[in-house]
Design a protein around this ligand. Structure first.
Ligand SMILES: N=c1c2ncn([C@@H]3O[C@H](COP(=O)(O)OP(=O)(O)OP(=O)(O)O)[C@@H](O)[C@H]3O)c2ncn1[C@@H]1O[C@H](COP(=O)(O)O)[C@@H](O)[C@H]1O
Length: 164
């Protein structure tokens, strides 16, 4: 059996030689704090919502005294209440036609026309959107069936019972 070679200082593993060295306490240099990065937070996805109605109303109101050759709203408003109301009625009928025909895309377009012409009607009447929003808010949670049942018969201005 071969005799194991004796370890001399030259042949001894370096690890041990290192261990033999006097220990020095290494002080870790403090890591520099990471520089604060300027993070640009993207704005939340601006989904279209009903606030567009408030903006559109303000635009139409601003057109009240505008040049009828430059603004469709100004032209319409300059033609008076009857014309404004007539246009709203026409657009409402077109909306009804598309709804009955089941044409969804056309219904979207006609609905936008109806809302635009309704806002022109409000501007002509001196009505602010908040007045209508307040009425809708007042009705929130009120069942339409219960409200109708609670109506006084004469509220509609004509008899609700059939005259024999
Ligand atoms: N949403 C609308 C909008 N919807 C429909 N229309 C216009 O309404 C008109 C409808 O045309 P019609 O032929 O049915 O009616 P008409 O021209 O009155 O003709 P007649 O019926 O009198 O013969 C078209 O000229 C459309 O462009 C609108 N015009 C304007 N707006 C909005 O109003 C804002 C202000 O518009 P101006 O007032 O034009 O600056 C715009 O930025 C839009 O946001």
């Amino acid at each position: 059996m071969a005799k194991k070679a004796e370890k001399t200082p030259e042949t001894a593993p370096k690890k041990k030689a290192a261990a033999a060295k006097p220990k020095t306490t290494k002080t870790k240099a403090a890591k520099p704090a990471p520089a604060r990065r300027q993070v640009t937070v993207p704005p939340p996805f601006a989904a279209p919502d009903a606030r567009v109605l408030d903006r559109l109303w303000a635009t139409v109101l601003s057109r009240k005294d505008a040049d009828p050759n430059q603004s469709h709203s100004a032209r319409l408003l300059s033609r008076g209440t009857e014309k404004v109301a007539q246009k709203f009625g026409e657009e409402a009928v077109e909306c009804v036609i598309e709804a009955v025909a089941g044409k969804t895309t056309a219904l979207i377009g006609e609905s936008a026309d109806v809302l635009y012409h309704l806002l022109v009607l409000w501007v002509d009447a001196g009505l602010r959107p908040e007045q209508v929003w307040a009425e809708l808010t007042r009705r929130e949670g009120m069942s339409g069936i219960a409200e109708k049942a609670a109506r006084k018969p004469l509220q509609l201005g004509f008899p609700t019972k059939k005259i024999p």
